[in-house]
Design a protein. Structure first.
Length: 336
């Protein structure tokens, strides 16, 4: 029996028809390279319109590159970024922030369901600068979080305000920003929060590999292309990174598809007989399941990961069907 990876991650799904159609449309004729083409310009305009912001926009190949390069732009090598202890930058990027930042560190902070505890942040910000420890210089936030929860604009603002008061930078990892928006997070309000660099996730939203880096602080845009080039993230055929955003943003598919993924997660949460550990606010469902039950699930042909907190994670995507959710629900009831 071959394993089904429908719910292993939201990046196991194919790309959406809209993204692929736009990619195919860009695959015609000759144009300038390195992000100077009309497709890149159009995609950047659409990202700016989505955010209602006057910002610089660049397109790169992966979320890891986008996050790491962003943090490298905010921190010097002897400084560190604050982040949730289970944030992607801390647990799943193989030291990329330190690599691109020539040694910048990461300081993990606790918090329930992927959201940083404000008291823990306050404590970290009050730590004295000493020569033997990398001092904080930036805050990295994630929305939707690694546990499928969604920060409100108010909650983000409460975390960002004391960071900006100290003159530090702010990075927002939006690998699942579409899912946060579909859950009610106001994308047009990001520009008012004090975010310096935003990563708008394309891959998990249903595009071929691409992410957008939005530079709200235009001072950081100086020589940013040189930073990207050095990091191998300024491709000559940049139109192929940008084009999927055109397809997904022109008719609202970016948020529409995410709303479907979120709805499928809620449907799955209602069907599972296993206790749900975290609020289901975006497209992830995390359940309490022992190793024997997980083994039975794998034997039944369904693959799912055990996540950082010990729960078992199921991710829904734009391509998740009600039939697949119902079939998984039946399988979960069968192994309980």
């Amino acid at each position: 029996m071959s394993a089904r990876y429908d719910f292993a991650s939201d990046n196991t799904a194919a790309a959406t028809p809209e993204a692929m159609a736009a990619l195919n449309a860009a695959n015609a004729g000759f144009t300038s390279g390195y992000g100077t083409d009309p497709f890149t310009a159009r995609a950047a305009d659409l990202v700016r319109a989505m955010l209602d912001a006057d910002a610089e926009v660049r397109f790169v190949a992966s979320g890891t590159a986008a996050n790491a390069i962003s943090l490298a732009a905010l921190c010097r090598p002897f400084e560190a970024a604050l982040a949730h202890e289970h944030a992607h930058v801390c647990t799943d990027e193989t030291g990329a922030p330190g690599f691109f930042g020539q040694g910048l560190g990461l300081i993990g902070l606790p918090g329930a369901s992927g959201r940083i505890d404000p008291a823990a942040l306050a404590e970290a910000l009050s730590a004295p600068d000493v020569s033997y420890r990398q001092p904080a210089a930036a805050l990295s936030l994630t929305n939707a979080t690694e546990y499928g929860t969604v920060y409100s604009a108010h909650a983000l603002g409460a975390l960002i305000a004391p960071v900006k008061a100290k003159g530090y930078g702010v990075h927002l990892d939006g690998a699942r920003l579409a899912n946060a928006a579909a859950a009610g997070f106001d994308l047009k309000g990001v520009k008012t929060l004090g975010v310096d660099l935003l990563v708008v996730g394309g891959t998990k939203a249903g595009m071929p590999p691409t992410e957008a880096v939005v530079i709200f602080d235009r001072a950081l845009a100086r020589r940013f292309d040189a930073r990207l080039k050095q990091a191998g993230q300024l491709p000559s055929k940049g139109r192929f990174y940008a084009a999927p955003f055109i397809g997904m943003l022109e008719d609202g598919g970016f948020v529409r598809h995410a709303a479907h993924a979120n709805a499928m997660a809620r449907r799955l949460a209602d069907l599972t007989p296993f206790p749900v550990r975290h609020p289901v606010e975006a497209n992830g469902v995390f359940v309490e399941m022992d190793e024997a039950a997980l083994g039975r699930l794998h034997a039944a042909g369904w693959f799912a990961y055990r996540f950082l907190d010990g729960s078992v994670r199921f991710m829904c995507s734009w391509a998740t069907t009600t039939e697949a959710v119902d079939a998984l629900g039946e399988a979960l009831r069968g192994i309980k």
